[in-house]
Design a protein around this ligand. Structure first.
Ligand code: NAI
Length: 345
């Protein structure tokens, strides 16, 4: 592989199961002889433990330099404590597009032949952190308030990203998911912008459909095959992408990419899974598929294809699967079988 140029990239193993699935992913990438030169950094709870900061400056500096990162899940305290390092990373590097493909890898399950892509707006909406409590009568949390913000510019940017993606990938339909019947301003602007851009720039290149988020959640279960690419605002995208992951075998199978103009961070959709951390049973496939997206991103589509093919063979020919997929293999056993497959070519 000496003909491949070195590609500097930041590696954040993350919290909980993060280090286990990161190690597994690195073994797969090593077997593929990909030319990433990793700069290891910490963030999240590991950042707090190592240097008292959930998003250390060294980590930010590294990503600013490499513009490319593979990231394990980062823990966020619930209901208090520091703000999510994931959200802050997406803000810091203006990673406005969150791309989450979900494809059936194990045939014959409850839902077969799923091939959906969620494009989630990643920087705006209800995730901006404009929140506060109002104390009344000695109750410091008597009222909880949150303000969501969607801008015309932000809506245009994500809709164009989704529409261009559909054309590039030869897909057929985009469904805009909204709640413009109730949140007429916050998600109304999103729907309005999608319609405008489609009419002005993309008409007849693919079908544009629209659906209210609650109906979308139901239809994804009743008939997911009617969808192709979905584009939506931040919170709806977060929730629906976990639902979509459920259609293809759960969170262990769902990769994601956070993409901006000057940087891209690849990760699994799932979190740090504290309930199974350290037990050696986590499914590393989601992070491996995120690494495959990263290989596509840097122009190594052949390596990405090799990795996906080896995952397919390990699952469906060797029948080596982790517990979340109904198998008996641990993370290491699955990874060893996968590496074997990669080496066989
Ligand atoms: P989670 O995604 O960590 O876990 C949900 C369920 O799925 C758990 O039962 C877990 O065991 C299972 N699961 C997740 N990944 C798995 C895998 N690879 N293999 C097998 N089973 C798997 O969600 P949860 O528990 O709500 O969040 C835990 C922590 O992760 C929180 O601190 C949260 O803020 C953080 N988080 C971080 C994300 C990120 O870094 N992008 C995304 C989502 C959550």
């Amino acid at each position: 592989m000496s003909d491949l140029k070195n590609i500097p990239a930041t590696l954040i193993p993350g919290d909980g199961i993060g280090p286990e699935i990161t190690e597994a992913t690195l073994m797969a990438l090593d077997a593929l002889a990909v030319p990433f030169v990793w700069d290891r950094q910490v963030a999240g709870a590991a950042g707090v433990t190592a240097c008292g900061d959930p998003l250390p400056q060294a980590c930010l500096d590294s990503i600013r330099k490499t513009q490319l990162a593979l990231k394990g899940p980062l823990e966020t305290p619930i209901g208090g404590g520091y703000r999510s390092s994931n959200v802050r990373l997406r803000e810091e590097f203006k990673l406005y597009a969150n791309l989450r493909p979900a494809k059936t890898l194990i045939p014959g399950g409850r839902f077969d032949n799923i091939d959906l892509v969620m494009v989630r707006e990643n920087n705006e909406g209800l995730y901006m952190g404009y929140e506060h409590f109002i104390p009344i009568d000695g109750d410091p949390h008597a009222v909880g308030m949150s303000t969501g913000i969607n801008t015309r510019q932000g809506c245009r940017r994500i809709c164009r990203f989704a529409f261009d993606y559909v054309i590039r990938k030869g897909r057929k339909k985009v469904t805009v998911v909204h709640k413009a019947n109730i949140m007429k301003a916050l998600t109304g602007i999103f729907l309005e912008t999608a319609r405008e851009i489609y009419a002005a720039e993309y008409k007849d290149k693919f079908i544009l459909d629209e659906i209210i988020v609650d109906a979308c959640a139901m239809k994804l279960i009743m008939n997911p095959w009617q969808f192709d690419v979905l584009v939506t605002t931040n919170l709806f995208g977060d929730i629906l992408s976990d639902e979509i992951a459920g259609l293809v075998g759960g969170l262990g199978m769902a990769p994601g990419a956070n993409i901006g103009e000057h940087a891209a961070i690849f990760e699994a959709v799932h979190g740090s899974a504290p309930d199974i951390a350290g037990k050696g049973i986590a499914n590393p496939i989601a992070l491996m598929l995120a690494a495959a997206m990263m290989l596509d991103h840097v122009g190594l589509a052949d390596k990405a294809g090799q990795l996906r093919k080896a995952i397919d063979a390990t699952l469906n020919i060797d029948n080596v699967r982790t517990g979340d997929l109904g198998g008996k293999a641990g993370t290491q056993e699955f990874t060893a079988a996968l590496v074997q497959r990669i080496k066989q070519g």
